[in-house]
Design a protein around this ligand. Structure first.
Ligand code: PEP
Length: 253
């Protein structure tokens, strides 16, 4: 059995005033207080990060940003650096989410710099990868994943690869209610791990690979039990405290 600790990460996307963030965290904390077998994270909008960090301080809940710039500072209007996140005690960052890629022009070239910049600043990283529906139908899933993983990891030294979390999120399953079959998910999760093994075999045993894409309480147990699934990245269901707790409870590894 794997010694990798599962991670359940909620992606709140562009949802949540400061008051709503504080309220949702207050509801979550007592309900995850004894779930030490799982790592817990929420990825919240920039404006709510400080409030989220303060609300979650001393608890099992880690607070992540949803994006960052690779530079330390400079003429990059509208951007936030890794140092700005760690200054307010943010613990991690989500990078390369498919909505950032498809709606805001996030590229593998930029991610190649963002991933090591985040790690060097002491942030946990969740790097998102995944194929579109067309790519899957055209038999291009592995080619797409290979490109995203190899570029994203290219500048990460082998001895740090094991610290990463990679979320396999088929784009066609995000926010659609369509979920990958267990076979599709396991094949892709194992393929992502094998790509890490191409760089470093020991790191591939440590790296956590998550499934994301319409994970809900009714399908979570089956997905989380897959041999190469080390947790979930959850969008819609993470905004509902009952649902995210049900997913945490489905995580029995
Ligand atoms: C996501 O935003 O990463 C995600 C998986 O969303 P959802 O769970 O809503 O499909």
């Amino acid at each position: 059995m794997s010694s990798r600790k599962p991670l359940i990460a909620g992606n709140w996307k562009m949802h949540g005033t400061i008051a709503e963030t504080e309220e949702r965290i207050a509801q979550m904390l007592p309900r995850i207080a004894t779930s030490e077998h799982v790592d817990h994270a929420i990825c919240v909008p920039f404006t709510a990060l400080q409030a989220a960090v303060d609300s979650a301080r001393g608890s099992l809940l880690n607070v992540y940003a949803q994006n960052m710039h690779e530079g330390e500072n400079g003429a990059f209007t509208g951007e936030i650096s890794a140092g700005m996140l760690t200054e307010i005690d943010v613990q991690g960052v989500l990078l390369g989410h498919s909505e950032r890629r498809s709606l805001f022009g996030e590229t593998d070239k930029a991610l190649k710099l963002k991933v090591p910049a985040a790690l060097n600043a002491g942030l946990q990283v969740i790097l998102c990868v995944g194929e579109t529906e067309d790519e899957r139908e055209n038999g291009d899933t592995e080619r797409r994943l290979r490109h995203q993983v190899q570029e994203g990891l290219e500048k990460v030294p082998a001895e740090r690869l094991g610290e990463l979390v990679i979320a396999y999120e088929p784009v066609w399953a995000i926010g659609t209610g369509r979920v990958a079959t267990p076979e599709q998910a396991q094949d892709a999760l194992a393929f992502v791990r094998a790509l890490v093994a191409d760089r470093d075999k020991a790191a591939a045993e440590q790296v956590r690979v998550l499934y994301g894409g319409s994970m809900k309480p009714d399908n979570a147990a089956e997905l989380l039990a897959l041999p190469d699934c080390d947790g979930g990245l959850i969008g819609g269901a993470s905004l509902d405290v009952d649902q995210i707790i049900a997913i945490v409870d489905a995580c029995t590894r």
